[in-house]
Design a protein around this ligand. Structure first.
Ligand SMILES: CC(C)(COP(=O)(O)OP(=O)(O)OC[C@H]1O[C@@H](n2cnc3c(N)ncnc32)[C@H](O)[C@@H]1OP(=O)(O)O)[C@@H](O)C(=O)NCCC(=O)NCCS
Length: 212
């Protein structure tokens, strides 16, 4: 019998990328490649005795523990490590903050600078959308990015998300563009065929779902 925590058996394969659910041993690698320009949770604890780099490492570790430790079918956050040719190049999160009620997923991601602008952002978001709209039976996906983040908004546009509304980020005053992709629109694109989802059956109960 597979003794792993069921979430750790989930694996997504696109043409170029492999996404696996983050594990404790992945943390050191993820921290070692974390780009300085990636904004982390502004509400995370800052430790006065740690320098900036150590505080960012603490946010990465505590986000991982919080995500898996506080997991429930009603409110979950699933972190994936993204690899290309075996090397870690980024992180992709898929979140269902009110999943039992609205079947809606959110996402966030980053790539190391040298791997940006090559289509990987689109592939990795597409991979978690294939998981969401496939075995997780989502009805919709939402996302948001500051209006100056053309790459993030480009990934959304490219996958068929449509603008919904704007808001203002409390910490910086920047304008945030919100976007949404409904199940029907996702199905109408060619994207669903591009990802192979493995190892999800054993994890379905953690999402409150029966086997298909
Ligand atoms: C956001 C991010 C993950 C996007 O991944 P990426 O690999 O750079 O994006 P892709 O190459 O897949 O591009 C996806 C689409 O956006 C477009 N795009 C990418 N970068 C762009 C830019 N700087 N300006 C305009 N359009 C851009 C691409 O042309 C592509 O559109 P197409 O499919 O119609 O050709 C990546 O740029 C990143 O890590 N940025 C820093 C972290 C960050 O901002 N994360 C988002 C906050 S949650």
């Amino acid at each position: 019998m597979d003794q792993r925590w069921p979430l750790h058996g989930i694996r997504l394969e696109t043409g170029d990328l492999t996404l696996t659910v983050m594990t404790e041993p992945d943390l050191a690698t993820v921290i070692s490649v974390l780009p300085a320009d990636v904004g982390l949770n502004p509400d995370a604890t800052t430790y006065a005795g740690l320098d900036g780099e150590a505080n960012r490492a603490a946010v990465i570790r505590q986000s991982y523990w919080r995500a898996l430790g506080l997991w429930s079918p009603a409110d979950w956050m699933l972190p994936f490590v993204v690899r290309r040719d075996g090397a870690v190049i980024g992180v992709q999160w898929l979140e269902g903050p009110d999943y039992l009620t609205d079947r809606t997923v959110d996402s966030s991601s980053w790539l190391v600078p040298g791997e940006r602008g090559r289509g990987w952002g689109r592939q990795m978001r597409g991979a978690v959308l294939a998981l969401a709209f496939g075995p997780l039976r989502a009805d919709a996906a939402i996302s948001s990015a500051v209006t100056s983040n053309l790459a993030s908004l480009g990934v959304s546009r490219s996958l068929g998300y449509q603008p919904t509304y704007t808001s203002v980020l409390p910490h910086t005053g920047e304008m945030l563009q919100h976007v949404r992709l409904d199940r029907g629109r996702w199905a109408a694109t060619g994207s669903p065929r591009c990802t192979q989802v493995e190892g999800i059956d054993l994890a379905l109960p953690l999402f409150g779902l029966e086997p298909a």
